[in-house]
Design a protein around this ligand. Structure first.
Ligand SMILES: Cc1ncc(C[n+]2csc(CCO)c2C)c(N)n1
Length: 230
């Protein structure tokens, strides 16, 4: 079994909890509270900004032209394509995308970004890949699950969102990242493997908590009185 197959298997409990989460199920049913979508897009815009910076740090640790190209292409994909699912959500709630940008992060999104940033700043390329991989992998599987279960047509309110994540481009991103990590893991110590496993599991757990953050409109205690940009 490859290293990433092992990671997937060991974290199947979390993947299943993600598929069952009411926000995710709500995408399939075409029924999510507008306030939850707004909370999600506000946090996710900032999450994607952080994700691109982490790709930049991974790029800096790359040792081949091929890997540099991979991270460069992925930054470009987030900048130019990953905005479409956000637009789908914004259109549904009737709110302009710009008004959801530049907000401070709720606790879980803040935690997730700092978790990835920790491994990017202090860890190896393997650790960064371990922390990043659940992002495309969980969304790819969500897209496929929803496509299969609900078989949305073009008039489904979240058709664009579901189609985007069930698409071969997100599948290629996931598979390429898996290949990078599998190749990297062929020559590492048991200790480093454990650190990668820990980074991967925490990112899976934070993916689940991110949906819950949006669904429950999570806030910092006593927030709303003071707007501090982090
Ligand atoms: C919390 C959160 N997790 C995952 C994604 C999905 N996603 C973000 S970047 C990217 C491409 C990676 O190259 C993918 C699939 C999201 N939008 N928000």
């Amino acid at each position: 079994m490859t290293f990433t197959n092992q990671l997937r298997k060991e974290n199947d409990d979390i993947f299943q909890l993600i598929f069952e989460h009411p926000f995710v199920e709500g995408i399939g049913k075409g029924d999510i509270a507008k306030s939850a979508i707004e909370h999600y897009v506000k946090a996710d815009f900032e999450y994607l900004n952080a994700f691109m910076k982490i790709y930049g740090l991974a790029l800096a640790k790359s040792t081949s032209r091929k890997d540099i190209m991979y991270f460069h292409d992925k930054i470009s994909f987030i900048l130019h394509d990953e905005i479409h699912p956000h637009h789908n959500f914004c259109d549904y709630i009737g709110v302009g995308y710009e008004s959801l940008q530049g907000h401070s992060l709720p606790p879980t999104a803040d935690h997730y970004i700092k978790h990835m940033m920790y491994h990017a700043q202090l860890g190896t390329l393997g650790e960064i890949l371990g922390a990043l991989l659940p992002c495309p992998w969980t969304y790819l599987e969500i897209g496929k699950e929803l496509m299969e279960k609900y078989q949305p047509k073009e008039d489904h309110p979240f058709y664009q969102w579901i189609r985007f994540y069930a698409d071969s481009r997100v599948e290629n991103t996931t598979n390429d990242m898996r290949m990078l990590l599998d190749r990297y893991a062929e020559h590492i110590s048991p200790d480093e493997k454990l650190r990668i496993k820990d980074a991967f599991r925490k990112s899976c757990q934070l993916e689940l908590k991110f949906w819950e953050m949006a669904y429950s409109l999570e806030q910092w205690p006593s927030d709303g009185k003071q707007a501090i940009h982090s």
